[in-house]
Write a protein that binds this ligand. Structure first.
Ligand code: ATP
Length: 285
């Protein structure tokens, strides 16, 4: 069985506060992209254990891989004794603010539910997903959503209008907990108008949406890594309606009127940013 696991971007990311338990209360708009990992999942009757292989060398393949953790969770609950092999074709940049691990975990939950006819509905899969990570329920649901609470309270909203998106992943990773910690020590951060973003989606107004996009975590990640601001500037100079950082970064994305314009911008940025991974994609509708 082959399952696609799409990447996400945040069109808006606001932090409302820090809870007593150390989690952050967020208000985010999440949009899936056509860029996806691909998981090939096979049951090994009479086999044992979960074996994961992947095309990249820089992610764990043991029990700490989120795809393996998702499989273990369902196999334990439903007492599945088969062995399982997962081949993970990793196309989404890792530790990049694109929910790569979370979406792989969601794909495994969806895949095993089908493979073993477990009969779990979307809500039931989402309830299991949140045990693996705050973004996993969204990755199970896959529709554009307002995400509140610690990320697990989801409300489906209108999808993004057709456009081109250029992703730029600098050659380093950032740790999400570290960025949140740096954010907590900041004063006077400008907050995005998330409600305006939702209204723009409802109206299908790409230009207004681009104008309202914003991510408070950029106030933490941006000063640590000047290339983030440089990429945004270059994307806008190359015709982006707007550009900003996704999640806790470091990936920057630019919004273009269409895929061709995003591809032209990619060509313009390639020479200027040789170490940066550039990917042209579109919203997943
Ligand atoms: P988010 O946007 O949800 O914060 P991210 O895109 O920043 O996520 P991931 O790509 O999920 O981050 O990677 C975070 C860490 O998780 C990495 O250090 C990586 O080694 C580990 N990891 C575990 N499982 C996976 C997986 N299936 N794919 C990618 N990374 C994984």
């Amino acid at each position: 069985m082959i399952i696609k696991a799409p990447a996400k971007i945040n069109l808006g990311l606001d932090v409302l506060g820090l809870r007593q338990d150390g989690y952050h209360e967020v208000k985010m708009v999440m949009q899936m992209l056509k860029l996806h990992d691909e998981l090939t999942i096979e049951a090994l009757r009479g086999g044992q254990g979960i074996t994961l292989t992947t095309n990249v060398s820089y992610i764990p393949t043991d029990g700490s891989n989120l795809a393996v953790r998702a499989a273990a969770l369902l196999m334990e609950e439903f007492d599945i004794k088969d062995g399982l092999t997962i081949f993970l074709q990793k196309n989404i940049p890792v530790a990049a603010g694109l929910a790569g691990g979370s979406t792989d975990a969601a794909a495994v939950l969806i895949g095993l539910n089908k493979l073993y006819k477990l009969g779990l509905g979307t809500e039931e899969l989402m309830a299991r997903g949140v045990k693996l990570g705050a973004d996993v329920p969204f990755c199970v649901m896959k529709t554009t959503a307002l995400s509140e609470g610690i990320g697990e309270v989801l409300t489906p909203v209108s999808g993004m209008p057709t456009c081109g998106i250029l992703l730029a992943k600098p050659p380093f990773s950032v740790s999400t907990p570290k960025i949140y910690k740096a954010y907590d020590s900041l004063n006077d951060v400008a907050h995005p108008d998330v409600d305006a973003i939702l209204q723009d989606l409802e109206n299908g107004d790409l230009k207004a949406l681009a104008g309202h996009m914003g991510n408070v975590l950029e106030a933490a990640t941006g000063p640590m890594y000047p290339v983030i601001g440089e990429l945004e500037k270059a994307m806008k100079e190359a015709g982006a309606l707007n550009a900003m950082m996704s999640g806790s970064g470091p990936t920057v994305f630019g919004i273009y009127n269409n895929k061709e314009a995003a591809a032209a911008a990619k060509r313009a940025l390639q020479k200027q940013f040789p170490g940066v991974r550039l990917i042209v994609t579109e919203p997943l509708s």
